[in-house]
Design a protein around this ligand. Structure first.
Ligand SMILES: [Zn+2]
Length: 351
């Protein structure tokens, strides 16, 4: 558990908004060097590790990118306007601390017109992102530029990793550094003869882009995406609205986004469920209506790839402080490792 906590803390400490995943990729590369048979990067920035060379060819994918922002404009008084990168609820933004990653890291806070100066009826409305700004303490555009902040610079939430009660962790970017950490854990343990390709993908949050090109190039016999999913175990969520709970085991996806995303191959689904039972790991089934994962792109690559997704139930997903259970993370590694040991039971043939 401690090792997982350490690596997760390191991973969320890095910047990795979509299109700016370099430092996350560098960290993973450093950790995995010498522990796999091959480690390389493709043209889009996906980091690809391989262990073993037999059949079948298995692809595990975890996206490195997190949601965030980019500098859109610096005004005369030195305040920054910004664009969102990925799906973000405006209500989570106000008064959050952020870091702008220019030549150096610059601290800032997201502000808006003070409520005391708003009309009664406006106070009840949600402040939209377009009416917010980032205050870095600069008093003019020139001063902001002196701090080497410029248009396009990536911005991420500034939120340290920490531990709550019950082995729950809180931090930014668990979506999807936790998937990255699981992939690292599985690859380190893997001793099979099959060709296991671990892909840390780029730009998932803005259209599943890295997974698409990586799957095309690898053309795997089967694939599993590792990600996070919305937990429905907090107050005000009606029973049945979101079915996974934090700490009750990794979620095995049956279908994503009402079937617009991945529809899990039946053989893969059974294999994962049987593996969870064999590993004596609790698991939860999920048929979601909302988001998609890298699987949605991988499974329709080329002539189609039998695919599944394993997710860690997470509260406050895409917010500045996401919450998940470290036990679920350990159990996900166990489940996938046992599944890979039992590839024989999975009858995947290709035409
Ligand atoms: Zn994700």
């Amino acid at each position: 558990m401690n090792e997982m906590r350490e690596i997760l803390e390191k991973l969320v400490g890095e910047l990795g908004i979509s299109g700016s995943e370099q430092s996350v990729s560098d960290l993973i590369e450093k950790e995995m060097k010498g522990r796999v048979d091959e480690l390389r990067k493709d043209k889009l920035g996906n980091l690809i590790a391989r262990k073993g060379s037999g059949k079948p060819k298995v692809m595990l994918a975890a996206h490195m990118d997190e949601i965030g922002f980019r500098v859109k404009y610096i005004d005369k008084k030195g305040f920054l306007r910004f664009v969102k990168v990925g799906g973000i609820d405006d209500r989570t933004l106000l008064n959050q601390r952020v870091l702008i990653y220019g030549k150096q890291k610059v601290k800032g806070i997201i502000g808006a017109k003070p409520p005391h100066l708003q009309k009664e009826e406006d106070r009840k409305k949600v402040v939209e992102c377009k009416d917010m700004f980032i205050d870095i303490g600069a008093s003019s555009r020139e001063e902001a530029e002196k701090a080497e902040v410029k248009i396009g610079d990536p911005i991420a939430f500034d939120r340290p990793f920490s531990i709550l009660q019950g082995e729950l962790a809180i931090g930014k970017a668990f979506d999807n550094r936790v998937g990255c950490a699981i992939l690292m854990g599985v690859l380190k343990q893997f001793k099979g003869k099959e060709a296991l390709h671990g892909v840390w993908t780029v730009q998932e949050e803005v259209g599943l882009k890295g997974a698409r090109t990586a799957a095309y190039a690898l053309d795997p016999d089967l694939a599993i995406a590792l990600d996070t999913t919305t937990a429905g175990d907090t107050p005000e969520v009606e029973e049945g609205e979101a079915t996974t709970e934090v700490g009750k085991g990794p979620a095995i996806t049956v279908a994503e986004a009402g079937g617009r995303g991945l529809i899990t191959d039946k053989r893969i689904l059974n294999w994962l469920i049987e593996s969870a039972k064999k590993a004596k790991v609790p698991y939860q089934l999920e048929a979601g209506e909302g988001g998609m994962t890298d699987s949605a792109a991988i499974y329709i690559s080329k002539t189609g790839v039998p695919c599944g997704t394993i997710s860690i139930p997470t509260r406050y997903i895409h917010g500045p402080g996401e919450v998940l259970s470290l036990k679920d993370v350990e159990n996900a590694i166990k489940l996938i490792s046992i599944a890979l040991d039992n590839l024989d039971s999975l009858n995947i043939t290709r035409s």
